[in-house]
Design a protein around this ligand. Structure first.
Ligand code: SF4
Ligand code: SF4
Length: 441
């Protein structure tokens, strides 16, 4: 059933203004410098921009004490929808669904015509060319020819695994090594791996998170139909936003894909003998263990730190259904408190590579600092988005690592923009597929 902002009254009224949503939990804090969790309050330094402040604003609106004007909408759009506040509140205070409330507030902003112009353009691009950038839809599969990777055409034949490439990996030429590596790793399963080529469309995630809820139907219907017609037993993704769309947003809106969805980090982890999830085991027909391949016998030491993308980490929980009763009584599997994130799979892969030492940042797993690209901020809040990424780069550099690995192309791109702006050569950003591929013999 479609929800409205009013359906989150209990969440908004439940806020005690304790401010636990602004910081990582006390037990996790290792320094004042890296103790905040909310990019929005950190940047705009006014309570309204915190998770709590957004709830208070929403309550004031539904109670008729405030108008939902452009200024109010701006409060909800100056937010990466990272979910840091959501976890903090659920872990230490109330069982409030903060980001779900914000999504409804954004949907109301769209209805009232208060969405940022950049996000209107994003949706226009999606409707015209099936991608968020407005690039020609016919160029969506160019990466295959440019990288020499040949996957099966899932429009013409039955496949075992359908690789959903996603907009950024399909069009960002700087990320060619990452998508090519992901495809080659999947091919090592020995299964039939295909893509929808130029018939693939955006997953719809960015439009949905930006408040354009009605766009989801078109893109999810298209995806479901393509999965069904190619006979795939699994959908593979190498983007955490696509993962969030298929694993949580689609089923939550009654549009679940008919097969499991797995991120490349989960699949590769299982292929490498990790403690993979049961459903992933059906896909990995061969076991490939990381080896010292391609290194010419040279022993290298590399310090690596790992960034948890929000939609694979704390928001990466499987959708397990709507709870109709008092949310305070929800069973644990329905509390989206970050417990279902894919945290161990990428770390196991990184640590299994010879010569690599994994050094952790201060804010990790469900308490990670966001890359800044989410929630439509990359498109509509450029400075905020970049500053959020710079903060994470500073945290990564503080570990002494020379490489920052992550599992989302949006994070990779935003971190590279931050590194460029900071004019630092202290750290390099690498996607998880590219990083681990050299270890797969
Ligand atoms: S942690 Fe929860 S209860 Fe506390 S201020 Fe934030 S939203 Fe309100
Ligand atoms: S979703 Fe992230 S940026 Fe938005 S209020 Fe919560 S912690 Fe802050």
């Amino acid at each position: 059933m479609p929800l409205a902002l009013e359906d989150f009254r209990r969440d908004m009224e439940g806020c005690s203004r304790c401010s636990s949503c602004k910081w990582i939990p006390l037990s996790q804090i290792r320094s004042k410098r890296f103790s905040q969790v909310c990019p929005s309050i950190s940047k705009f330094k006014f309570h309204a921009y915190s998770g709590s402040g957004k709830l208070n604003t929403g309550l004031s609106i539904i109670d008729g004490r405030s108008e939902f004007d452009e200024a109010a909408a701006d409060i909800f759009y100056k937010c990466t929808m990272c979910g840091g506040c959501d976890v903090g509140c659920k872990v230490y205070r109330n069982d409030i669904d903060l980001t779900d409330t914000f999504a409804e507030a954004r949907a109301r902003a769209v209805e009232l015509g208060h969405a940022p112009i950049e996000l209107l353009m994003l949706v226009e691009n999606m409707n015209a060319e099936n991608n968020v950038f407005g690039e020609p839809k016919d160029a969506r599969a160019d990466w295959e020819a440019e990288t020499g990777v040949e996957l099966l055409d899932a429009n013409a034949e039955q496949v075992d695994i359908l690789l959903h490439v996603g907009c950024r990996l399909a069009y960002d030429t700087a990320l060619r090594p990452e998508i090519a590596a992901a495809a080659r790793i999947l091919q090592k399963t020995g299964l039939k791996v295909g893509t929808s080529k130029t018939a693939e469309s955006c997953c719809g995630f960015r439009a949905y998170e930006s408040g354009f809820k009605s766009e989801l139907a078109k893109f999810s219907d298209d995806m479901v139909n393509r999965v069904k017609s190619c006979g795939a037993k699994m959908v593979a993704v190498a983007c955490s936003d696509c993962f969030g769309a298929f694993n949580y947003v689609y089923p939550k809106n009654g549009r679940a894909l008919p097969v499991p969805v797995r991120h490349i980090a989960e699949i590769a982890d299982e292929m490498a003998g990790g403690a993979g999830r049961e459903t992933a085991k059906t896909a990995a027909a061969v076991s490939i263990r990381p080896a010292d391949a391609g290194r010419g016998g040279e022993t290298r030491t590399r310090k690596v730190t790992y960034h948890d993308p929000c939609n694979l980490g704390r928001k990466g929980q499987d959708f397990t259904g709507q709870y109709e009763g008092n949310k305070l009584d929800r069973p644990d599997e329905m509390r989206r408190a970050g417990q279902g994130g894919r945290y161990d799979e990428p770390r196991r892969l990184i640590e299994s590579i010879p010569g690599v030492e994994l050094v952790e940042m201060e804010r990790i797993r469900e308490y990670s600092w966001c890359c800044g690209a989410g929630g439509g901020c990359y498109e509509s809040q450029e400075e905020f988005s970049l500053e959020t990424a710079k903060e994470r780069i500073e945290e990564a550099i503080a570990t002494g690592a020379d490489t920052l690995v992550t599992s989302c192309p949006w994070c990779v791109n935003n971190f590279n923009l931050a590194i460029e702006a900071m004019e630092t050569g202290a750290i390099e950003v690498v996607g998880i597929s590219q990083f681990i591929e050299e270890a797969f013999s």
